[in-house]
Design a protein. Structure first.
Length: 115
């Protein structure tokens, strides 16, 4: 199993970014996927969850109305569209898959929101 995030970077407050997570090594369309983030000095926290076909999503309160999770099962990729970004969104963002009893993480992608 491999999860590879991309799309992070430096963005000004109010800006947007789209993160991608390319998955391989498992039947991607059979598993829900999650996005987490971890800010410096803080615990890793759940950002969003998306169901197998993408028809159901769940967001942390701070992400509602600003972040949108989606997936393309043909490309084995999950996305996180982030808009109206705030400095407090600065963190390393990770995608996550739970397969059976095992939990898999990508290496993360840094998002920095600063003027």
């Amino acid at each position: 199993v491999q999860l590879v995030e991309s799309g992070g970077g430096l963005v000004q407050p109010g800006g947007s970014l789209r993160l991608s997570c390319a998955a391989s090594g498992f039947t991607f369309s059979s598993f829900g996927m999650r996005w987490y983030r971890q800010a410096p000095g803080k615990e890793r926290e759940l950002v969003a969850h998306i169901s197998t076909a993408g028809g159901s999503t769940m967001y942390a309160n701070y992400a509602k109305g600003r972040f949108t999770a989606s997936r393309d099962n043909a490309k084995n990729t999950v996305y996180l569209q982030m808009s109206l970004l705030k400095p407090e969104d600065t963190a390393v963002y990770y995608c996550n898959a739970v397969i059976g009893v095992r939990v898999y993480w990508g290496q993360g992608t840094q998002v920095t929101v600063s003027s």
